[in-house]
Design a protein around this ligand. Structure first.
Ligand code: ADP
Ligand code: MG
Length: 392
């Protein structure tokens, strides 16, 4: 699979550009194990890099232009082109903004990048909450750093520069609100580890994740639910949290603990109090989940997954019927735990599943979706993969 995709971008680059690329770079999608809607509350989360990656073949151009082609097997290739000096929210617009935004952000930070030819393809499902967007921006950032000899891939410090640039690319050029979890996972993950991200201190701590010695696998299920990710809802949740923090007199909800919840319920209206309860209990669950993973206690990790899902469903109100159904079916078929992952309103769910039960759980989910008349879900198992690197 990996070799096929590297071959595909290399060959297409040769056909379109008329020379060999200088190399191929890739970056992974991610899935968050626990800690949802906590990033903008200075909280904690725990993503892993997926085995699925976006691959980009790259070569320098001397005319200061970016020319990029995205290929999806079975579909017509999509092209975007822009002069580096003309990159903005409108130019080149659409998906090209994610790519151009990376070069724009590196230039804005004072890094001397120039024109590029790029041909890319992705194994990360697009728009499924598995961060195809960061896989795209981070693979392009890796390529730009090496082609222009910036050396930013070589150290964690350099990689943090690329994280900042890819966040700016999404926020300021692609126009997508994103808190930094995806880009950090794509650039700092290690195989066999999740990353504990602390959005108050900026600390990034690798946490070993060895499900197989406990006889478990992580099942990821892209619901393919067609709800547009509801930006209005996301903004509303964010402003609930900001309003609540201001009323309670704290810089962020991170400063609260479970012991503060009675006061929260007294001082806030019911809806805001429920939003706060989700954030505070979810942050607490992240470290509890890390402890259960360290102990190899899968029942406890599963219980925390379910508690997280219920909190997102009932207190934060960002789940949907398809996500709830994945969790119900997985647990009924023998998973110790399951939860929605990502922002919600569609996207993907994850389940901790005994290795022998993967087929049973998957078919229970598929049967339910077919009975409900929903899109066919796409379920696959995932182990924690690597951050961005040069493939060839
Ligand atoms: P997610 O990151 O969860 O997959 P987003 O909405 O954040 O969802 O990002 C999806 C967007 O990223 C797509 O609509 C497209 O603009 C861009 N994108 C991601 N992967 C590719 C790709 N391989 N080719 C072109 N655009 C892509
Ligand atoms: Mg994204």
């Amino acid at each position: 699979m990996t070799a096929d995709l590297i071959g595909l971008v290399t060959d297409t680059f040769g056909d379109l550009v008329g020379r060999d690329p200088e190399g191929v770079w890739s970056a992974p999608g991610r899935v968050n194990l626990i800690g949802e809607h906590t990033d903008y509350n200075a909280g904690l989360c725990l993503p892993i890099a997926l085995p699925q990656r976006t691959y980009v073949a790259a070569g320098a151009r001397s005319d200061g232009r970016l020319r990029v082609t995205s290929i999806t097997p079975g579909r017509r290739p999509s092209h975007a082109e822009v002069a580096l000096t003309e990159i903005s929210r409108e130019h080149p617009g659409s998906w090209g903004g994610y790519v151009a935004g990376v070069l724009w952000a590196l230039l804005a930070e004072g890094y001397a990048v120039g024109g590029l030819d790029l041909v890319l393809t992705s194994a990360v499902p697009v728009g499924a909450g598995l961060s195809s967007s960061a896989a795209l921006t981070c693979s392009v950032a890796a390529a730009a750093s090496d082609v222009y000899r910036l050396g930013l891939l070589d150290t964690d410090e350099g990689r943090r520069v690329l994280i900042a640039a890819t966040i700016r690319a999404e926020n300021e050029i692609a126009g997508a609100p994103t808190g930094g979890m995806d880009q950090t996972a794509a650039l700092l993950s290690r195989p066999g580890h999740a990353l504990r991200l602390d959005f108050r201190s900026g600390e990034v701590t690798p946490v070993p994740v060895d499900l197989s010695s406990a006889g478990m696998v992580l099942l990821v299920c892209d619901t393919r639910a067609s709800h547009a990710l509801n930006d209005g809802q996301y903004a509303e949740r964010r402003s609930s949290c900001e309003r609540a923090a201001a009323t309670l007199g704290v810089p962020s909800l991170r400063e609260l603990s479970v012991a503060d919840l009675p006061r929260v319920e007294r001082e806030l209206d019911q809806v805001d109090a429920r939003r706060v309860r989700h954030v505070v209990t979810e942050i607490h669950r992240v470290d509890a989940c890390i402890q259960s993973l360290r102990d190899g206690d899968m029942e406890e990790a599963g219980r925390l997954f379910v508690a997280s899902h219920e909190s997102l469903r009932d207190d934060y109100e960002v789940s949907c019927a398809e996500l709830d159904a994945v969790v119900e079916e997985a647990v009924a078929a023998g998973a110790p735990g399951a939860r929605m992952t990502g922002g919600g309103f569609g996207g993907s769910a994850i389940a901790l599943v005994p290795v022998d039960e993967v087929d049973v759980v998957t078919s229970a989910i598929e049967t339910r979706f077919s009975r409900e008349g929903w899109n066919e879900p796409h379920c696959f198992t995932a182990t924690p993969g690597s951050a961005a690197y040069r493939d060839v």
